[in-house]
Design a protein around this ligand. Structure first.
Ligand code: HGY
Ligand code: MN
Ligand code: MN
Length: 420
């Protein structure tokens, strides 16, 4: 019986929107950039500080705070049946280097708000309900991303993740040790446990909901993605004395590869092809580059297209290497997926009961829900964001969208925890 239902109330009635908005703005202070965005990269000092504040808010509401060996952070509300597999909801608090205030953070704080609302009420759900902040969803500092949810679901082994280093040579292992050492008062728990269902609330990171003035996106699925790293090896030489015919210029070779890959990707609208990271060695103006290292982020909703294009990448690089050498490594491959209809229906029914407009929408962005999808019934709730902008310091959404999304989430979590 939802808290207060005997008085015709629903969990969504207990959401404190002002508190949620204040907390979103407070968390944005950790890693705040001068342009109004957030640079709170995974396992950074900024993230350690933000985790402390989240844990304090959770404890204020009487929730139990736990972490696991990859640093996922959980906030648990006990149910009347503590042995039952919990309902889980959350997202991530790590950001891109020039990220926004809401990507990930909205999902973590909306889940925490739902738990605070439920904890403040008289009733208790049958199942425990937990909020989670997954470690390193973005993958901007340590690649690939989604380390927390992949380790939790067993998709990727923890040891391989711990060895990954950032551009300064700091390993996940050492950065993670600092995170866990900073929260001695947090109980540890093993990696992974059975979950009844997972729901993630997130800004759309696209323009559709805002353009159509629709309040809630019921996410039908997530498009597939493949991530590669390419290392082009040439030879350092004097920029003034070395004839171009004798050079092994890694940057010119890389540029040729990227141009050819862009042509391979074909239809500019449909295939998402991005080279977002590009590093040069020795990166000196008067030295012919001996190495170029770049990322490829390839996405498409059709797994066959994703397969065909991704499989063509190594040959395309090799056929454009010229006098250089090239190594192509695929670091992540996540197929396109559809969320179960049952959860989609729970979300749309909750939106309708709250009198909110909704529509089904496919996620072009990746989320931790894509990993949980193979662990338990999973679903996502989108809210509009201004001009569809994200992974950008001007990312924004409105308090009423935050209110709508968190209310739908609270009712869906309660239904999952107390009903089905
Ligand atoms: O890249 C993504 O789709 C996610 O925002 N990390
Ligand atoms: Mn995100
Ligand atoms: Mn993101």
């Amino acid at each position: 019986m939802p808290p207060g239902k005997q008085h015709g109330m629903h969990p969504s009635d207990l959401i404190d929107v002002d508190r949620l908005w204040r907390r979103l703005m407070r968390l944005a202070e950790f890693g705040a950039t001068s342009a109004g965005g957030v640079n709170r990269q995974a396992l950074s000092p900024e993230e350690i500080a933000a985790r402390k504040v989240l844990a304090a808010w959770a404890r204020e509401a009487g929730l139990t705070v736990l972490n696991d060996p990859i640093g996922n952070l959980f906030f648990r509300l006990e149910g009347t049946d503590p042995a039952a597999a919990p309902v889980l909801s959350g997202s991530h608090i790590d950001s891109q280097p020039t990220g926004g205030k809401f990507d990930g953070t909205f999902g973590v704080l909306a889940a925490l708000e739902a738990l605070c609302a439920l904890a403040s009420s008289a009733g208790k759900p049958r199942r425990p309900v937990e909020a989670v902040a997954w470690t390193n969803e973005e993958g901007s500092r340590f690649a690939p991303g989604m380390m927390g949810s992949e380790a939790f679901t067993g998709k990727r082994a923890l040891d391989g993740m711990l060895a990954v280093e950032d551009v300064d040579g700091t390993s996940v292992r050492s950065a993670l040790a600092r995170v866990l050492a900073a929260e001695p008062d947090v109980s540890g728990r093993p990696l992974g446990f059975p979950v009844h269902a997972y729901v993630e609330a997130h800004i759309e990171q696209g323009p559709i909901l805002e353009r159509e003035e629709t309040s809630i996106g019921v996410v039908s699925g997530i498009q597939g993605s493949r991530r590669f790293r390419v290392t082009v090896s040439g030879e350092a030489a004097h920029a003034g004395t070395t004839p171009r015919r004798d050079r092994k210029d890694a940057v010119l070779a890389a540029v040729g590869m990227i141009d050819a890959l862009s042509g391979l990707a074909g239809d500019p609208e449909d295939v998402m092809f991005t080279v977002g990271l590009f590093r040069v060695k020795p990166n000196a103006p008067s030295v012919v580059p001996r190495e170029a290292y770049f990322s490829i982020d390839l996405r498409h909703p059709d797994n066959d297209v994703l397969g065909r294009l991704g499989d063509a990448i190594p040959d395309c690089c090799h056929s454009n290497k010229g006098a250089c050498a090239v190594a192509v490594e695929e670091i992540a491959h996540a197929p396109s997926l559809e969320f179960p209809g049952s959860l989609r229906e729970s979300i749309s029914t909750a939106a309708e009961r709250l009198g909110l407009s909704w529509r089904e929408i496919h996620s072009a962005a990746g989320h931790d829900a894509r990993q949980l999808h193979y662990h338990c019934d999973s679903g996502m709730i989108f809210i509009p964001c201004r001009d569809g902008i994200s992974h950008n310091e001007s990312e924004w959404t409105e308090p009423h969208h935050v209110a709508d999304g968190s209310r739908v989430l609270a009712d869906v979590l309660w239904e999952l925890a107390d009903g089905r």
